[in-house]
Design a protein around this ligand. Structure first.
Ligand code: FBP
Length: 264
């Protein structure tokens, strides 16, 4: 396995993953309606060429059609599983493409959602096992886990103990990086990062908030020892995605505070 530090999906050990799987996860009306240009995957690939972005996470159909034109300017994080909002059962996320096919398309890493706590946990762990072993042993590809405890037994999926459990589960079952929801404070994030030991932990972006609120949470994550961010809506739903990426570049890779980054 190539150490994550040497993978193109990190820069100086940190990562800014641009996520664009919302068309599947939430549907176009929910997330693309407010900025209709975001319906066009090419717009997002263009945004992903910004220096701050270390990889773009997309599903198979989008990767197949658009990635070939961007393979020298964007690092592909192949999001292998995903589910629609139309599914009403216990949380589950079926695998939509294989590690082999992602590698064939030129993926630099694979991504996989695991809903620990769901009644489907057993199946998801087994699927993750196959993906992780194939990615590591056959293709030297790092595995980023969207580690989202959720299910009927979980009342609050962002509380401190749940997010720390999420990072630990990712470490225990073999992820190279965990992407978790922000637990609400720097202290709680610190505990989550510590619970993942040496495995890098990035924050999941969430729905759009003000520049300052968003950058402050990213600053708190970095201060807590986090390794960056995986973000969708808080970048591409903005009128000027480049401006927020300039600011994120400073906070994630140059140690700037939210205030400093916004002053530029
Ligand atoms: P955002 O930054 O827009 O929240 O995207 C991150 C992400 O993990 C996406 O990859 C995914 O589509 C979405 O959030 C899923 O969020 P949820 O499962 O909470 O609806």
């Amino acid at each position: 396995m190539i150490p994550l530090d040497e993978s193109p999906i990190t820069r100086d050990g940190n990562a800014l993953i641009l996520a664009y799987d919302h068309g599947l996860e939430h549907g176009p009306s929910a997330d693309f309606g407010s900025v209709p240009e975001t319906l066009d995957p090419e717009q997002i690939f263009d945004i992903a060429t910004h220096d701050a972005v270390t990889s773009l996470a997309v599903q198979k159909g989008v990767a197949e059609t658009y990635y070939p034109s961007y393979d020298d300017s964007v690092n592909l994080l192949a999001k292998l599983n995903g589910t629609s909002n139309l599914w009403m059962g216990e949380p589950h996320s079926p695998q939509n493409w294989t590690v082999d096919y992602a590698a064939e398309l030129g993926a630099d890493a694979v991504g996989y959602t695991v809903y620990s706590g769901s009644n489907n946990e057993k199946d998801m762990y087994e699927d993750f096992r196959d993906v992780q072993e194939r990615a590591h042993s056959e293709h030297d590809l790092p595995v980023v886990m969207w580690s989202y405890p959720r299910g009927q037994g979980l009342k609050n999926d962002t509380k401190e103990s749940v997010i720390a459990y999420a990072t630990r589960i990712a470490l225990e079952i073999g992820a190279d990086m965990a992407k978790v929801k922000y637990p609400g404070s720097r202290g709680s994030m610190e505990w989550a990062v510590q619970s993942g030991a040496e495995m890098p932990v990035v924050m999941s972006g969430g729905s759009k908030v003000s520049d300052y609120e968003f950058l402050s949470s990213v600053e708190a994550v970095m201060d807590a020892g986090g390794a960056g961010l995986a973000v969708g809506r808080n970048v591409w739903q903005r009128d000027e995605p480049k401006r927020i990426l300039d600011a994120l570049e400073q906070v994630i890779f140059e140690d700037a505070t939210a205030d400093e980054a916004l002053d530029e």
